[in-house]
Design a binder for this molecule. Sequence first.
Ligand code: ADP
Ligand code: MG
Length: 318
Amino acid sequence: MAGRMGEFDLIKAYFSHPAHTEGLILGVGDDCALLKPSPGMTLAVTTDTMVSGVHFLPDDDPRDLGYKLAAVNLSDLAAMGARPRWLFLNLTLPAVDERWIAAFADGLFAQAKRHGAVLAGGDTTRGPLAFGLTAMGELPSDQALRRSGARPGDWICVSGVPGEAAAGLAHRLGEHLLSEGPAAQALARLHRPEPRVALGLALRGVATSAIDISDGLAQDLGHILAASKVGATVELARLPSSPVLEALPKDRSWRHQLAGGDDYELLFTLPPDEAGRLPDLPAPVTVIGRIDPDPGLRLLAPDGSLFPLAHQGHDHFA
Ligand code: ADP
Ligand code: MG
């Protein structure tokens, strides 16, 4: 099967799903896509790249890779409070392996569809396996969830259970072994993250700041603190847990929760007078700490001591 297909056949076969949706005047097939945002809305645009050997292993399931590529980009839209609209795919492939491409496209479209995002264009080249996606969403610009709005006294909230994806990666790398059930859960979190799009929409005009946890809770919270010029105290005893994390020694599970990343949960700040909304949000949310006027991040262990976290998260160039 491999080898005979050219670039244009490949695009036609796998990436030009006819999508006659509102706002997409012209999609895949011309020099540019023509897009029309809804009246009064501002575009929110983000892009993320995944490189073989850095973000995934070459023998990873291509369906998972397509799914995750869409998920990580939609997660950035969620963290801004944007409604997903259009995607652009940059694909670099060493060769045409149709089975691989079909499964990759399948995963990508499956995740995109869940959130109403449509592939509107892209670029296809030959080279070492890598791919990038650009995602566009829309929002009322005055309701964007920026990193800069956290205020002293705000509650620090997190969705879901951060740390499970890191537990999955450590299991996969043989750093620790999980039993069958927890391993399956952790690996699912690692390979098939679900962006918190509905939560992001619900937080518009409610949260004072937000970020998605891609590189580690402590490091990503640090971005909010820097942008908002505030500090924070996080209580480790409040971090959401799960059977996956309970299966590990406390010190290790804290490190996964605080520095793991890759779960694509939302971290956001909420003024205390908005606390009544917590039970009605479209995702499980836990209050883990509060914003302080003093700069810096204090991690409080259950015994009241300060927890030392040498490595706060992932940095490609550190
Ligand atoms: P150009 O040479 O003008 O950049 P291309 O040959 O790169 O045009 O692309 C032709 C059309 O196919 C464009 O509409 C482009 O957006 C689309 N396209 C190319 N690669 C992809 C891809 N991987 N996914 C989706 N659309 C793609
Ligand atoms: Mg091109």
